[in-house]
Write a protein that binds this ligand. Structure first.
Ligand SMILES: *Cc1c(COP(=O)(O)O)cnc(C)c1O
Length: 227
């Protein structure tokens, strides 16, 4: 199966990159970005060993989660921007939400999580410019983080970003460094640990790993070009 070959190759590249910079490959999660992929493709990737899947849209994600619910060891992450009125479903279905970027959304996630007795694991998404319409601006990160700390049913465990696209992955490196630094600043300022950095996609995940990514979100390199 082509998907298996792709997964093997990516795992190999993750492994080599970790060795190069002295990181433990076990500290890097390969998350398959499965947006637009039908459940059959997701199942194939599962059978090739993938256990983490990232969906962009709540509705589309829920359909796949329902279809694949026999595979109980899948970790479903929401990696796309989230509308406040869909927070209820995101909380019900997803283990981690990567895209908390405003107080209103954090408050609603917290409310919904409280109602079902869940502590919702979340990352804060940082906006690095035009590429994404989601994410909190750097200058508002501390305030949002502090707000999230005041909520009981949200646990922020990391940061996420979608940097601008550059042909040369080396040009993305400064953004990965920036995200890591922002994380380290928060850890220092609030004396807590943020274990995760969700950064790196098909064409730049190696650079992201060199700069500390713990979750790389890879779509095209696993499934092929999206239609
Ligand atoms: C689509 C998507 C990815 C994966 O992108 P590829 O370039 O296909 O690897 C990663 N993160 C997010 C948020 C995405 O929407």
């Amino acid at each position: 199966m082509e998907i298996c070959r792709n997964v093997e190759e990516i795992l190999e590249r993750i492994y080599r990159t970790c060795l190069k910079v002295g990181r433990d490959p076990k500290d890097v999660i390969l998350l398959a970005a499965s947006k637009t992929q039908p459940p059959e493709k997701v199942t194939q990737a599962y059978k090739c060993g993938i256990r983490y899947f990232g969906e962009n849209k709540v509705q589309e994600g829920i359909q796949k989660i329902e279809t694949l619910k026999e595979y109980k060891d899948i970790h479903w992450h929401l990696i796309g921007g989230l509308q406040t009125n869909k927070a209820k479903y995101a909380v019900k279905y997803f283990e981690v939400i990567h895209s908390v970027d405003r107080e209103e959304l954090a408050r609603e996630i917290d409310n919904r999580a409280f109602k079902i007795g869940k502590i919702q694991e979340c990352f804060i998404e940082v906006n690095f410019g035009e590429e994404s319409k989601y994410g909190v601006k750097e200058e508002n990160l501390n305030k949002l983080f502090e707000y999230c700390l005041s909520l009981r049913n949200i646990k922020i465990t990391g940061l996420m970003a979608i940097p601008p696209y550059f042909e040369d992955p080396e040009d993305v490196r400064p953004y990965f460094i920036k995200l890591r630094k922002l994380k380290e600043e928060l850890e220092k300022m609030y004396n807590i640990k943020l274990p995760h950095l969700s950064m790196g996609m098909s064409h730049d995940f190696e650079v992201a790993i060199e700069e500390g990514a713990t979750i790389v979100r890879v779509g095209t390199a696993i499934f092929g070009e999206r239609k």
